[in-house]
Structures are given as structure tokens and as C-alpha cells.
Design a binder for this molecule. Structure first.
Ligand code: MLT
Length: 404
């Protein structure tokens, strides 16, 4: 008889954002007159910028002509897109990334969930706490995390690196040596970030303990301060110890269009084996490429017009972030983030748990956020709001919160 992957049975509950979606749907159905403002999941609300839309139209027309029609995309993605990435995301930062070190995908979520497949099941992972749930859940599914301990909300075989008010939501080097280290900067969910010097320490540490850093830079476009690295490869030695994952979702509004990429330098090796070759093998076997039209749209993001237009969107969202952070602080809440990231991380009031505050906010202010504890035990007592709503609804949400 067939057997299931029993690791799936270890996963507690459903995926965080599915649980929230269900709760909000139920509340909304029971209270159809309430105008709910959604600042929960980090999903963009502005439409794709004109240069991306123009590129999409042209690419669709190409698909309608026998002479320009495209079938399967090249394994690693179209060269025109990888070239634009190598030039604009890396060369401008003084980093040389070869085109065959860039793998185009359908997004950073899939890549950050799938990347663990190229590592042995006995690797020990280290994650920030709180953390984007995909890193942990994908390792649970692979059988790498041990058992879920209900009393602590932790997995027995995972190294947790608490990110708390005391350490300014920046993880400290773990006492126990990990094999795989997941880092996300600017950070989801806390909205904090890391200086180049601090990231260099992580790179040095990874080299010293022979670990790989899986660096999620999905929110790179939101960096506003100097001395915050835009790519981990700005750090010396990072090419020998780090994989970087990027997204078009947050910088160009592709959450529904789906496009991302992963960089695996050829210098990153386990003995003589290049991780680049393993990922290339996996990519070729399990993925048939992001659609041509999507890759053309992605390349449009790097044109002068595309850059100007997408940067205007980022400025719009970052203005919302300012409204949220300053509004919460004016109302007496403790809130951080929102300077280099579209997330604001607030302390829940009156010793409420994160989920108590979620229910309270939903039912009294009709505002949806994300409970901090959903991202890990150190998120308890915190709550995340996103700046991806409209300006008007963001203002209204803050007004409602101020009146509580
Ligand atoms: C979030 O809300 O944390 C993000 O939208 C999740 C994601 O990008 O997959």
C-alpha cells in the first residue's frame, strides 16, 4: 500500500496566511456591512507600471505570430533578463555575477521553499525567530527539523536565533553551529535590516563553520538608508558561502504575475561539487521556466522608464509605511520597521497575545494584520502591518486604530 510523506503530518495547522484568510472571510461573511481594511499579507495593490504593461502587450503579440512565437524557455531563463539582472542588480553594486549563476524562476517563495532540496536531510538549519514560515515549513516537509514541541512552539532540531527588542531585531551568531543559515534582509516580518559590517560578520562566520547562507533579499528595493547592503555579495567571501534569492513581487508588483530568481555562484562548493550544478540539475528536471511574456515584463523593470515607474510605487508604499509607523507611535504604541522595508512591527497593547490582538483589531477596528506569533515564538506579543494598501485605506486604518 502507498505511504504518505509523514513529515507533512507534523506541520501544525495550516499555512499562516491561509489561516488568516479563513478567519477574515468568516468575519466578513458574518458582518457584510463592515468595511475591512487588509494590512495583513504583504500583497501589493498598485497595478503593474505602464512600461511593464507595454512589454506584456508586445510579448503577447509576439506569441500570436508564427515567426516570433516562443515555446519552452531556456532552462536558466532568457539571457536578456539574466543580463539585465547581472548588470542592474549586481554590476552597479560592484559585484560580478555570471549569467549562468542566475536562475530565473516563478518567484522567491518557490525558490526559498525548494532550495533545501539540494542539501542532505541531515543538515541542521538556523532561522531567525520570528521568521517567514516558508523556510521552516519546507524543511519540516523534508524531514529536517525533528519534532514540533507544542510547549515552546519550536522544532526540536532547528536552531532559533531570537530577534527581539533587546537586539534590535537583528539575530546574533548562534552558539551551536548550523549547516544552513536562513537570513532575510530587509526583514520579513520585523521590517528591520542589517548593516554591511554586520552582514560581513555572518559571511565570515558561515565560512568559518562551513555553512551556507540562504539570503532572501526580496525586499531589497525598499532600502532607503546608506550602509545597508543591497546584495550579500557586497560582502567579501560571500560568493563561496551564500545563495541569494530575489523577487519581482515587491519591487515591481509581480505578486500575481510571478517572477523571481536565485543566484548560486560557482565558487560555492561542497568539496568538489558546485551547488550551482545541483540547482541547475533540479531546475532542468522540475521546472519548465517562467513564461516568456513574464520574463519580457521582468526585463522592462530594468529599463530607465521601468525603474522610474517602479521606484515611484516603492515611494508610495514607503509613504504608507511612514504613516503607519508614525501614526502608531503618536497613538502610544511601540512600533519599528518601515524605514527599509514595507513592514511595521508593533508591540501588542495591554499584554494581549498576538492572536488576541488580531481578533480585537479585526472585530473592533475592522483592520487585518498578521499576528507576530505566527512567525515564531519570539513574535509573540507583536503584530505586523504592511504598507501595501492604498494611501487612503492606510490613513483610515490608522485613524481607526487611534480611536481604540
Ligand atoms: C508576507 O506577507 O509575508 C508575504 O506576502 C509572503 C510572501 O511574499 O510570500
Amino acid at each position: 500500500m502507498f505511504k504518505i510523506n509523514e513529515n507533512y503530518l507534523k506541520l501544525p495547522g495550516s499555512y499562516l496566511f491561509s489561516t488568516i484568510g479563513k478567519k477574515v472571510r468568516e468575519y466578513s461573511e458574518a458582518n457584510p456591512d463592515k468595511k475591512i481594511i487588509r494590512l495583513g499579507i504583504g500583497d501589493v495593490t498598485l497595478p503593474l507600471v505602464p512600461s511593464v504593461i507595454d512589454a506584456l502587450h508586445l510579448a503577447v503579440d509576439e506569441m500570436a505570430e508564427k515567426t516570433t512565437f516562443k515555446g519552452y524557455a531556456p532552462d536558466l531563463g532568457y539571457e536578456f533578463l539574466r543580463q539585465a539582472i547581472a548588470t542592474h542588480d549586481f554590476k552597479t553594486r560592484g559585484v560580478t555575477i555570471a549569467l549562468d549563476e542566475i536562475f530565473i524562476s516563478d518567484g522567491a517563495k518557490s525558490d526559498s521553499g525548494n532550495i533545501q532540496e539540494i542539501f542532505g536531510v541531515n543538515n541542521k538549519i538556523a532561522v531567525c525567530d520570528p521568521v517567514y514560515p516558508v523556510y521552516v515549513d519546507s524543511n519540516v516537509m523534508a524531514g529536517r527539523t525533528g519534532d514540533y514541541l507544542t510547549d515552546t512552539g519550536k522544532w526540536s532540531n532547528v536552531i532559533y536565533m531570537p530577534c527581539t527588542k533587546e537586539n534590535n531585531f537583528a539575530p546574533e551568531l548562534p552558539k551551536e553551529s548550523p549547516d544552513l543559515i536562513y537570513l532575510c534582509f530587509p526583514n520579513n516580518p520585523t521590517g528591520s535590516t542589517i548593516t554591511k559590517d554586520a552582514l560581513q560578520k555572518w559571511v565570515d562566520y558561515a565560512i568559518q563553520v562551513e555553512a551556507v547562507i540562504i539570503y532572501d533579499a526580496a525586499y531589497e528595493a525598499y532600502i532607503s538608508e546608506d550602509n545597508v547592503p543591497h546584495t550579500i555579495y557586497e560582502c567579501d567571501g560571500a560568493k563561496s558561502c551564500a545563495i541569494e534569492i530575489r523577487s519581482f513581487s515587491k519591487n515591481a508588483g509581480f505578486t500575481g504575475t510571478r517572477l523571481g530568481f536565485t543566484v548560486i555562484p560557482k565558487e560555492l562548493k561542497c568539496g568538489e561539487v558546485m551547488l550551482n550544478s545541483l540547482w541547475a540539475r533540479r531546475h532542468g528536471t522540475k521546472f519548465n521556466g517562467a513564461p516568456y511574456i513574464t520574463q519580457v515584463a521582468g526585463a522592462a523593470v530594468y529599463t530607465p522608464e521601468g525603474r522610474t515607474q517602479t521606484m515611484e510605487q516603492i515611494a508610495y508604499y514607503m509613504n504608507n509605511a511612514k504613516v503607519i509607523r508614525e501614526g502608531l507611535q503618536a497613538a502610544g504604541y511601540t512600533a519599528s520597521g518601515g524605514v527599509n522595508a514595507p513592514y511595521i512591527w508593533m508591540e501588542t497593547p495591554k499584554s494581549m497575545t498576538s492572536w488576541e490582538f488580531f481578533d480585537y483589531l479585526l472585530t473592533t477596528a475592522n483592520v487585518v494584520g498578521t499576528p507576530g506569533s505566527g512567525f515564531g515564538p519570539s513574535g509573540e506579543g507583536y503584530f505586523r502591518l504592511t504598507s501595501f494598501g492604498s494611501y487612503e485605506s492606510t490613513i483610515e486604518a490608522i485613524e481607526r486604530i487611534k480611536k481604540l
